[in-house]
Structure formats: structure tokens, C-alpha cells
Design a protein around this ligand. Structure first.
Ligand code: ZN
Ligand code: ZN
Length: 445
């Protein structure tokens, strides 16, 4: 009964171990072609879904309409959908006989920023977030992930006589605030529903479409957020001697904190501090009472993280002391932990994806952005997290060679994936990855 995928994948594994390399590789290539044909046929619908979600993005924990759109798509495919898991999250289950449960995750949320791509389907939407009005945009490409997620579900359902087990497709809120995964877990993701045996997730990035990058081991960084309130004493800008100027302290801190990176941290270890927001003051001639700084701290290793946190605290206190000001309030909020890819899940998917994508499937160094997918890994789901490119290969090569402009990255207001080849690669790669895990499990019995 399960005669289609399994012989293809088995022969790929066999060939890697023993013989018949050319033959086996062709089999995976044929499977890939079958999947691509199915995606091509589904693409108009996926394109419409992508552009609708792109034009109407929703921010962390406000993803009500987005979740409803995905719920409708998954129900139409025959999934059993539970809504409002972790506030706005979704769990969609598809049972197809005995076998492992495999999780595929997408994010739902967009970013509080203005899109400036000028695309016909660009977002012009606004919302209120943290008490302020803001534009909203899918500048991280989570809309690409959602379209790929629905496409993968559709493709796997279409191939359902080729695998056995359960699909657990989850749509997670609030990835950008690294709180959605925790919210879903706290709401019983792995107790109300069966904990999956394996998990997969993908993220897009500013490299060539059709290409996939992955990592063995550390896949993303630890992320902590930083909030420092410098307290001064406000007064007239023309009489600074009667004030304690918190703008001065903030400015000094922003510059000096970088010496923690350059002088205290081992230069061969990864660590970044970026200040993304400075809030203080109302007019040119008023020294404010307080200034608030917000930033992000990224590291791979716990010992580097500890050293950086200590250095940041010391620098902030020193900046205040130099101004004879009270000690600042320093708040460090632990965010996502580094995503660790599981060596076995990666090894299984690697064989198939390598045979399918050739040298367009390659390893890359750990990524410096962070991901709360790590929550699922740390809850005990061996996983593979990989990246897909979004731009025309020629533009990417030109940007690398310096013969063309730099390409906008995720979180840029100009981030503009080319939808069709990006989503098609996302669906094809994710479908093959999931099939590889089902196949490996079936053969392991
Ligand atoms: Zn992002
Ligand atoms: Zn993202």
C-alpha cells in the first residue's frame, strides 16, 4: 500500500550506504517533481492566500483574522482544527494510520513597522500596540511561512497513501516577541494534544530562492531583551547645571556598551548588543527627567551571555554615576534560547534534501537572529529548522559581488520576497523533510 514514497526514499538511503547512487538520486528527483507538479497546480490559491495575509498583517497576539484564514484552509483539507491555543494559536491534526506524529510549525505574527516596498499587495494597515498606534507589516516573511505551511499540508494530504502517522500542523502567535511558543505550551500544546515525535520549521532569508540552508547543532542565538531607565532631574536646556541630564547618560551608555563587545568578550565568540529604541524628552529646550533605552542582546553560549549581561549592567551604572545620578533601573528579560537542531532528524532529512536540491541545499554558520521554536525543542521535540531564500539568484549574486545593490533583509521595510519560487521551494522542501521522517521511522521498526 505504501509503495510510492517509501521505495524512493529507501533507495536514497541505501545508495548513500552502499551502491546505486545515480539510480537512487533520480528517484528522489522524481518524487520532488511529483511534489512540484502538485504545488504548481495549487499555487494560484496559495498566492492569493499569501497576498491577502501580506496586505492585512496582524501583530503579536492580535492574529485573529490570520488564524481564522488558516483554520478555514486546514479544515477544508480535512484537518481537525483547535483554535485559540495560546491566545491566538492553532493546532491542526490529520490522522492517517499508525506511525509517528510529526509537527510542522508556522508563525502568525507581523511586525510593528511601516512597509515601504511599494508592492501592489503591500500593507497599509495600522493597529494599536503597547498603547501606541503603529503600522503593521510582514517584514519578517511569516506570510511566506504560512503559505508554505498550508501548501505542505495540502501536498501531504494528496500523498496520504504514501505515509502513515499523524500530522500536527501548528500556527504559533507572537514569534517576534518570543512569547507565542511559551503561550502555546502553557495552554497544553503537548498535554491536550500528543507530543510530536519530530518537528520541523522553516524561515525565509535574504538569499537566492530555490536555495535552502541548514545547520547541524546550534541553529539560532539566545536572545535577551534589555530595558534601562536612566533617571535624571529635568529642567531648562539653557541651564543644564541645575539638572541631571539623562539624555547624556543614555548617549554615553549607547557608545560605551559596545566596548563590552569589543574589549571584554572573547572576539572569537558571538555576541551582539543593539539598542533599538531611545525614548525621552518632548522639546528642544527641555531636559527630561528620564530616558528609556530598549535593546536586544544576542549570544550563542551561556558563558558569553553571562559576561555580557554583567558588562551591560556595570556600564549602565557607571554612566549614571558619572552624571551623579541615581542608579538606573535595569531590566533584562530572558527571551528565546538557541534552537538546537537534532543530529538524527537532520541526518535523515539531509539525505533526501541533498538528493532533491543538490548543491542548493547546504550548511551555513549559525544564524544570529533568535527563534522561540527553541521552546518546542527544549520541551523534547527533536527537530530540524532550516532556511529558504527569497530573492532572484542573479540579484543575490550581484549583491554578494558588489556589482548590484545590497538586498533588504528580514525586518527591513523593503524586505520583499519573490512569492512563487519562494513558496514553492518552501512547500517542496518541507514536504520532503516530513516524508523523510515518516520513512525513517517506518524503516526503523
Ligand atoms: Zn522576525
Ligand atoms: Zn521571523
Amino acid at each position: 500500500m505504501k509503495h510510492f514514497v517509501r521505495p524512493f526514499l529507501m533507495s536514497a538511503a541505501l545508495c548513500a550506504a552502499t551502491f546505486l547512487p545515480a539510480h537512487a538520486e533520480m528517484d528522489v528527483v522524481r518524487l520532488k517533481a511529483t511534489i512540484e507538479k502538485s504545488v504548481e497546480a495549487d499555487y494560484p490559491k496559495l498566492d492569493a492566500l499569501y497576498k491577502d495575509i501580506h496586505a492585512h498583517p496582524e501583530i503579536a497576539f492580535q492574529e485573529v483574522k490570520t488564524a481564522a484564514k488558516l483554520a478555514a484552509e486546514m479544515r477544508a483539507l480535512g484537518f481537525e482544527v483547535t483554535e485559540k491555543v495560546g491566545k491566538t494559536g492553532l493546532v491542526a491534526i490529520y490522522r492517517n494510520g499508525d506511525g509517528p506524529t510529526i509537527m510542522v510549525r508556522t508563525e502568525l505574527d507581523a511586525l510593528p513597522m511601516e512597509e515601504k516596498t511599494g508592492l501592489a499587495y503591500a500593507s497599509h494597515d495600522k493597529t494599536v500596540w503597547n498603547g501606541r498606534e503603529t503600522f503593521v507589516a510582514h517584514s519578517c516573511g511569516h506570510d511566506i511561512h504560512m503559505a508554505s505551511w498550508v501548501g505542505t499540508a495540502k501536498t501531504l494530504v494528496g500523498l496520504k497513501d504514501q505515509w502513515q502517522g499523524t500530522l500536527m500542523f501548528i500556527a504559533q502567535p507572537a514569534e517576534e516577541t518570543v512569547s507565542g511558543a511559551k503561550a502555546m505550551l502553557a495552554d497544553g500544546l503537548f498535554t491536550r494534544f500528543k507530543k510530536p515525535d519530530f518537528g520541523f520549521a522553516l524561515h525565509d532569508g535574504p538569499f537566492a530562492y530555490g536555495s535552502i540552508s541548514y545547520r547541524v547543532g546550534i541553529g539560532s542565538s539566545n536572545s535577551d531583551s534589555l530595558e534601562i531607565m536612566f533617571h535624571g532631574r529635568g529642567g531648562h536646556g539653557a541651564a543644564p547645571q541645575r539638572t541631571i541630564d539623562p539624555v547624556m547618560m543614555a548617549a554615553r551608555f549607547v557608545v560605551d556598551v559596545q566596548s563590552v563587545i569589543s574589549r571584554e568578550k572573547d572576539p572569537t565568540e558571538f555576541g551582539v548588543v543593539s539598542i533599538g529604541a531611545i525614548q525621552g524628552g518632548t522639546a528642544e529646550n527641555i531636559i527630561p527627567d528620564d530616558v528609556l533605552l530598549r535593546g536586544t542582546i544576542r549570544t550563542f553560549k551561556p558563558e558569553v551571555r553571562a559576561k555580557m549581561l554583567a558588562g551591560i549592567e556595570r556600564t549602565a551604572k557607571a554612566a549614571a554615576e558619572m552624571s551623579n545620578a541615581p542608579a538606573p533601573d535595569i531590566k533584562i528579560t530572558e527571551g528565546a534560547k538557541a534552537v538546537m537542531n537534532d543530529p538524527q532528524v537532520v541526518a535523515t532529512a539531509e539525505k533526501v534534501l541533498k538528493a532533491a536540491f543538490g548543491d542548493k541545499f547546504r550548511t551555513s554558520p549559525p544564524g544570529t537572529p533568535s527563534e522561540d521554536y527553541s521552546e518546542f525543542v527544549n520541551a523534547g521535540v527533536p527537530s530540524m529548522f532550516f532556511n529558504i531564500g527569497v530573492y532572484e539568484p542573479e540579484r543575490f549574486v550581484a549583491a554578494i559581488n558588489g556589482t548590484g545593490p545590497e538586498l533588504p533583509s528580514n525586518h527591513s521595510p523593503l524586505f520583499a520576497p519573490v512569492p512563487k519560487p519562494t513558496i514553492e521551494t518552501g512547500v517542496t522542501a518541507m514536504t520532503l523533510a516530513v516524508l523523510s521522517a515518516f520513512d525513517q521511522h517506518a524503516r526503523g521498526k
